[in-house]
Design a protein around this ligand. Structure first.
Ligand SMILES: *[C@@H]1O[C@H](CO)[C@@H](O)[C@H](O)[C@H]1NC(C)=O
Ligand SMILES: *[C@@H]1O[C@H](CO)[C@@H](O)[C@H](O)[C@H]1NC(C)=O
Length: 254
């Protein structure tokens, strides 16, 4: 019964929003990142093709979006240390030892869109590979300048870039996000919305929303009529709401 309801819900959502996975386009209006300036960024790949972003939060855990994995038998590999996906000089692939989605897709909705991946082997930190810190309890306030990064194409037709791109984006206070999206889609307790001159787009799912030196959000969904829409700003899973869940999983394996 539950599955039927959530599938119906999902079907009714589809015309309005789309998860930012699977389509090979990236940060809109962004600029190429300085190589290896974000050593926590990873590319999640299927058959050596980029499908989602993600980020290292320790030497053996990657945080990403739940909708980036469709469940077994799908296998994701994690490319660490990358800047140009076509030039793998400083990067390498690591297998995933366990998938720990907050909710199991394909029956997932846009709620609780967060997943931990435990790596098969621990990574060694260096100039190209490192992890990013998580926020403390509490909210990032509206109007904070943050940034997003991802691989893929620009939304605008044309140039394909295999290099990491980034854009600045500013968080919006949760009353305004709620008003713009409506409570069917946006829940301030578990989401953040942000808008900028540039922003994340299809293919950037799972990447971090970085404010200061902290990953505060996981790229989750955008308005289907256009990425970085001012009417329906891009939405990120709010990491601070999931800290107990994250810490419990990491503690349990230690
Ligand atoms: C993003 O913001 C930073 C900090 O204000 C600034 O130095 C940088 O030039 C901005 N980047 C873009 C692409 O606007
Ligand atoms: C990209 O930047 C241009 C110029 O600042 C702006 O007019 C346009 O709305 C931006 N597009 C997106 C999708 O953010």
């Amino acid at each position: 019964m539950m599955i039927i309801i959530s599938l119906l819900l999902l079907a009714s959502l589809l015309p309005q929003l789309t998860f930012t996975a699977r389509v090979n386009v990236g940060i809109v209006n962004g600029t190429e990142a300085k190589p290896h300036s974000r050593p926590y960024m990873v590319s999640l790949q299927i058959d050596k093709k980029h499908v989602c972003g993600g980020f290292l939060i320790s030497d053996e855990f990657v945080l990403t979006a739940a909708h980036c994995w469709k469940g077994y038998p799908e296998i994701l590999t994690v490319m660490v240390g990358a800047h140009d996906l076509k030039n793998s000089k400083d990067s390498y692939r690591v297998e995933v030892k366990s998938y720990i989605p907050h909710q199991y897709c394909p029956f997932c909705s846009h709620w609780n869109d967060i997943m931990l991946l435990r790596l098969q082997e621990k990574v060694k930190p260096n100039n190209y590979v490192n992890w990013i810190s998580l926020p403390k309890e509490g909210d990032v306030s509206g109007g904070t300048l943050c940034s997003v990064a991802g691989w893929g194409r620009l939304l605008t037709k044309g140039t394909l870039s295999s290099r990491l791109r980034e854009a600045n984006t500013t968080t919006i206070n949760h009353e305004e996000c709620q008003r713009k999206w409506g409570s069917m889609y946006f829940q301030a307790s578990q989401m953040i919305c942000a808008h900028g001159n540039g922003g994340s787009c299809l293919g950037d799912s799972g990447g971090p929303l970085v404010c200061g030196n902290t990953a505060v959000g996981v790229t989750s969904f955008v308005y289907i009529k256009g990425c970085n829409s001012p009417e329906r700003p891009n939405v990120y899973t709010k990491i601070s709401a999931y800290l107990p869940w994250i810490h419990q999983i990491i503690r349990n394996i230690e």
